[in-house]
Design a protein around this ligand. Structure first.
Ligand SMILES: Cc1cc2nc3c(=O)[nH]c(=O)nc-3n(C[C@H](O)[C@H](O)[C@H](O)COP(=O)(O)OP(=O)(O)OC[C@H]3O[C@@H](n4cnc5c(N)ncnc54)[C@H](O)[C@@H]3O)c2cc1C
Length: 260
């Protein structure tokens, strides 16, 4: 039986999966009143030593229709939150402020033919939500997920996500539209190197058998480190892509996966 909810805004941990010593995912009960758009983030955390909540931004990795909430997290050894969060167990409580926000949402993009989702590390979390949302496949003819990590082990969360999609009752029939392109930057794998280089020199499009990225057909969502985000933005802006926002949809949207 779940522990009684005592903390304000607390939800109960239902499942935890550890992938590497740096990465894990967990699921929480979902407040009945929480509505969000796939791709948004919320503030979650634990009570701090001073009695005040210690909160951090977290993308919701589950789709908006899911009964529970999934999160995919880094473990920073001396990180104020994740040095403790990595030890949560089923039945524990996690604080969740039910105010979802964010720009990695369909409403911030103009209609297009192809959707590119470009993630590094835990930046795949908002895309894990969007890839399980039928609207993603209704809006676009092709969906391309690129995920760059240091080692093949760090790609595991994304690999399992993609492998499970064909069996998904809501999106399984549309998954033929999805192309998955994992890359590693340090350890050897089938595709190595910085995703910025793959995009800038046209190798990504060539490998996928698609035309090079152009704002006339393509829309892009980016979620990585500040450096990665800046580099991809520069490549896109040079090709005429315009940044979108909730109030003014555009050709691409960007969000930080974390603050350095
Ligand atoms: C909009 C937004 C959404 C976010 N979504 C997620 C998410 O879905 N999953 C997640 O794990 N984190 C996410 N983060 C980062 C998260 O808010 C925290 O920074 C992270 O949980 C670490 O918290 P901490 O208190 O342990 O360490 P902090 O003091 O917050 O961070 C310490 C240092 O660790 C590094 N770091 C922090 N987060 C990451 C990360 N995710 N990947 C690599 N290095 C990191 C940075 O160098 C940072 O300076 C998000 C951040 C933003 C701004």
């Amino acid at each position: 039986m779940n522990a009684p909810v005592q903390l304000p805004d607390a939800q109960v941990v239902t499942r935890i999966t550890h992938f590497t010593e740096r990465l894990f995912s967990f699921r929480l009960t979902r407040p009945r009143s929480l509505r969000f758009r796939s791709g948004e983030f919320v503030m979650i955390g634990l009570p701090g030593d001073n009695g005040r909540p210690l909160l951090r931004a977290y993308s919701i990795a589950s789709p908006s229709w899911d009964e529970e909430l999934e999160f995919y997290s880094i473990k920073v050894p001396d990180g104020p939150l994740t040095s403790r969060l990595q030890h949560i167990q089923p039945g524990d409580q996690v604080i969740l402020r039910p105010k979802p926000v964010g720009t990695l949402v369909h409403g911030a993009l103009r209609p297009g033919k192809r959707l590119y989702l470009i993630a590094t590390g835990t930046g795949i979390a908002p895309f894990a939500s969007l890839l399980r949302d039928p609207e993603t496949y209704e809006r676009f003819e092709d969906v391309i997920l690129t995920h760059s990590c240091r080692t093949p082990e760090e790609l595991t969360y994304g690999e399992r996500l993609v492998a499970a999609l064909p069996e998904d009752p809501l999106v399984g029939a549309h998954v033929r539209k999805l192309r998955y392109f994992p890359t590693t930057t340090r350890a050897q794998s089938a595709q190595m190197g910085r995703i910025t280089d793959w995009i800038a020199d046209g190798r990504l499009a060539a490998r996928l058998g698609l035309p090079d990225l152009t704002p006339s057909t393509d829309r892009v969502m980016i979620c990585g480190s500040i450096g990665l985000n800046t580099d991809i933005k520069e490549i896109l802006e040079a090709r005429g892509f315009k940044e979108g926002a909730n109030a003014k949809p555009g050709d691409y949207v960007v969000e930080k996966a974390f603050v350095s």
